[in-house]
Design a protein around this ligand. Structure first.
Ligand code: PLP
Length: 445
């Protein structure tokens, strides 16, 4: 075995191989050298044997893998519309166009074109957010976790923030409300119990150090049974009665009511604002359907305090985000346009007959081994927990469904499906019409 390892070729010898030399005309030398090293290391790890496919082919395969960008598009056949691991919201065409426009060159990001002097990046999106939510002012930062950190720092640093034990939630990706509070410099004061919190619980917890009453939307779970919580309208009133502020972490950023499509129970941003919260915090890439962003809307005073806080600089949004968000928000001026143009809203409100037509198109392309299966899609992204959207899936029976689903992930582009029993299931709700042919080709292959 040791002998075999000693016989491994040198990197120089590999680079001189006929197949590898050709690689050098298409790829940077550093990449090909790295690929050769990887091929030799792999051979050493398996005892020093020559790769079964031959050295040239092994180096070539390693080079092609290295040349692939690691962040590449995938086809989401899971039916989870807001899939955090798959990048949450696909963007509307208008948002993509707007991003591309500002990416290519310079943009008036912090420049007042009228006066020819320095302007503010916070001016972008502000007017649209005010118009769409009814708030007096608005601020956009990098994500909602950053927005909440900023809100707590700006309004409660050095003081106390009172929150119900039933709302000390973990959102996923190690984002926990108590941890964020600790970092913001606000002291967390927990009130009530996991299932029930009453107005008197908040009242009793108030001290001269109290600064805010915080309401956190339970976005990714439901509490049922013997429960009680205090509505944000009541919490805001209580806060103002004691000279405090009310901050509402809404998470999902729903701007329009979707109950006509069977999606109810998720509060909208305008409702949060109308309830009197001084600040409402939400994500740009959940139900809003835009780029990753954290949005704060609220009173002029609260937003001014956020803008002046040093954390605002640390969590600021970049020009691509602002461009995409502004274009997405503009679509909301007409709700029908928003539902048609914003992919998240389009997928959430697509009726099951229309999904069925897409599933049937896949089925017809694939033939006998596929069947139509009725099921449910999920909203995902910590929004509308428990909501089920009637959907249609393509089911493929396979003797080794786990192997097959792995094979679909190694397709170019990767297709993310799931296994249920002896079948691999692909939910047509999240497969875009223009992806149908690609899916058919993958399922046939
Ligand atoms: C998702 C969520 C967040 C975090 O939002 P990001 O944009 O992912 O940072 C914060 N609070 C609530 C209630 C959420 O649902």
């Amino acid at each position: 075995m040791t002998d075999l390892r000693r016989q491994l070729p040198s990197i120089d010898a590999l680079l001189a191989g006929p197949g590898v030399a050709a690689l050098l005309s298409d790829h940077p030398r550093a990449l090909v050298v790295k690929a050769a090293r990887l091929a030799v290391e792999a051979a050493r790890a398996s005892g020093g044997a020559m790769p079964p496919e031959g050295w040239d082919a092994a180096v070539r395969a390693a080079a092609l893998r290295l040349a692939e960008p690691s962040l590449a598009p995938v086809i989401n056949a899971t039916g989870v519309v807001l899939h955090t691991n798959l990048g949450r919201a696909p963007l509307a065409e208008a948002a993509i166009a707007s991003m591309t426009r500002v990416a290519r060159g310079y943009a008036a990001l912090e420049y007042d074109l009228g006066r020819g002097t320095r302007g503010s990046r916070h001016a972008h999106c502000r007017d649209l957010l005010v118009e769409l939510t009814g708030a007096a002012d608005a601020l956009v930062v990098n994500n909602a976790a950053g927005a909440l950190l900023l809100a707590l720092s700006a309004l409660a640093r050095g003081g106390e923030a009172v929150v119900s034990r039933g709302e000390l939630v973990e959102i996923g990706g190690s984002f926990r409300i108590p941890d964020i509070m600790a970092r913001s410099g606000a002291k967390l004061v927990e009130v009530g119990t996991t299932n029930r919190t009453h107005p008197a619980d908040y009242e009793r917890a108030l001290t001269p150090d109290s600064k805010i009453l915080l309401k956190v939307h339970r976005s990714n779970f439901q509490v049922t049974g013997f429960t009680a919580d205090v509505a944000v309208v009541e919490l805001a009133e209580m806060a103002h009665g004691h000279g405090l502020s009310c901050v509402y972490d809404l998470g999902s950023g729903l701007l329009i009511n979707l109950s006509a499509w069977g999606l109810s129970g998720e509060p909208t941003v305008p409702e949060g604002v109308a309830a009197g919260a001084d600040l409402v915090v939400f994500s740009g890439d959940k139900l809003l359907g835009g780029p990753q962003a954290g949005i704060l809307v609220g009173t002029e005073k609260a937003i001014a305090a956020c803008r002046a806080d040093p954390i605002a600089r640390a969590v600021r949004a970049d020009k691509l985000t602002l461009a995409a968000l502004e274009a997405t928000l503009a679509l909301y001026r007409d709700h029908t346009t928003a539902r048609r143009e914003i992919p998240v809203l389009r997928m959430l409100t697509e009726d099951s007959d229309s999904v069925k037509r897409r599933a049937t198109a896949v089925l017809q392309g694939v033939g006998d081994k596929a069947e139509l299966v009725e099921g449910d899609s999920e909203v995902g992204g910590g929004s509308f927990p428990g909501a089920k959207l009637k959907t249609w899936l393509v089911g493929i029976r396979h003797p080794a469904p786990d192997t097959y689903v792995t094979q679909l992930r190694s397709h170019d582009p990767p297709i993310i499906a799931r296994v249920a029993g002896s079948r691999v299931l692909l939910d047509a709700r999240t497969i875009f019409p223009e992806q149908v042919e690609t899916v058919i080709a993958a399922l046939r292959g």
